[in-house]
Design a protein around this ligand. Sequence first.
Ligand SMILES: Nc1nc2c(ncn2[C@@H]2O[C@H](COP(=O)(O)OP(=O)(O)O)[C@@H](O)[C@H]2O)c(=O)[nH]1
Ligand SMILES: [Mg+2]
Length: 398
Amino acid sequence: MKALKSQRLHIGFFGKTNVGKSSLVNKISGQDISIVSDIAGTTTDVVEKSMELLPVGPVNFLDTAGINDKSELGEKRAEKTSKIISRTDIAIIVCDYNGIDNYERDLIEQFRELKIPYMIVVNKSDVKEIAQDKFSELKNLTDNIILTSTQNDNELVYKFKNELVKMLPEDFVNPPKIAGDLVEEKSTVILVIPIDKEAPKGRIILPQVQVLRDLLDSNCKVLSVKESELKEAIEGLKTSPALVITDSQAFKTVSEIVPENIPLTSFSILFARLKGDLNAFLQGAKAIDTLQNDDKVLILESCTHHAIEDDIGKVKIPNLIRKKTGKNIVFEHYSGHDFPDISQYKLIVHCGACMTNRREVLSRILKAAQAGIPITNYGITISYCLGITERATKIFNL
Ligand SMILES: Nc1nc2c(ncn2[C@@H]2O[C@H](COP(=O)(O)OP(=O)(O)O)[C@@H](O)[C@H]2O)c(=O)[nH]1
Ligand SMILES: [Mg+2]
């Protein structure tokens, strides 16, 4: 789904002229190819770049000019800066080995007042390391510091994203919508909930309840059916449903009943988006097709004790992958919040992350990307092995 500008995370780059702000922005945006636009600001004070920053999502970089025009009145300059600050969700203060002075201290004061999270990037480490006392001052201000050089630090983009993930605002990390943003208000959505022997006794499972609530919040009309009543339900509606959401287990049956022109997805794909990065997980799932005999796959879970997830990770996912590939693959499991050594694996399959937050999953996606190891999750693996991802992700306009 193409993000509106207002939904983009605005990342402002501040600091004196010549410290390397523009070089930093170029380095970060150059890494990911999908730069949407390169718009010069209405004044020369700011250059904007919109892009999809993986795995963070849609961002808008605001590259400020800093102080260079000595003739410009201080007050006017401050006014311009504060205009940019008011659009900033996350601030990046760039300095070099000279550290900071009152100019940056004043900026930081403003960020603090406005509760804007900020990171300090100490650039040009190839020329000179920052002195210990100057570094201590920065350390006292924030833990979000990176020492780098836009000229020779190969880890620069990774370091930047890694800090960025830690600082993401809560509503950006945890998007408020599960499905309600995919359809118009007041539209009709059908939920297909199989009542088989795996269904819990006397209730429906939490993800289904959450989707129902989310759609009600968007003023949708929600119709819940088993597969057996689906055809009748669709035919009984005056207008086609805007979306059908099914349990992945029933996807095949459901996809044969639902006409091609009606969007269809699964609960687990909605949650893969909510608790991770759909694009990264879809890319990662493609690695399933390249697995060979004796390759190792890591099943990575966030929590140590959860009976249902246990069953999915230990039995269901390995079986699906073995069946899809026809290969003898070695599955290893890791549970916990720290990140294990992943170098020996050909693929990581992350759990549904129901007990953890998106921030942790994003940080793991980033670490996997840095190590060059594909990562996907339970929901996407299920849909991929069942051969349904293409149809089931159309609604997201990826
Ligand atoms: N040696 C060195 N030069 C750098 C580094 N980053 C930027 N520069 C140079 O510093 C100058 C100013 O960089 P620029 O990105 O335009 O700074 P800005 O004014 O803060 O946007 C340019 O000549 C860059 O090539 C760095 O890490 N090391
Ligand atoms: Mg610049």
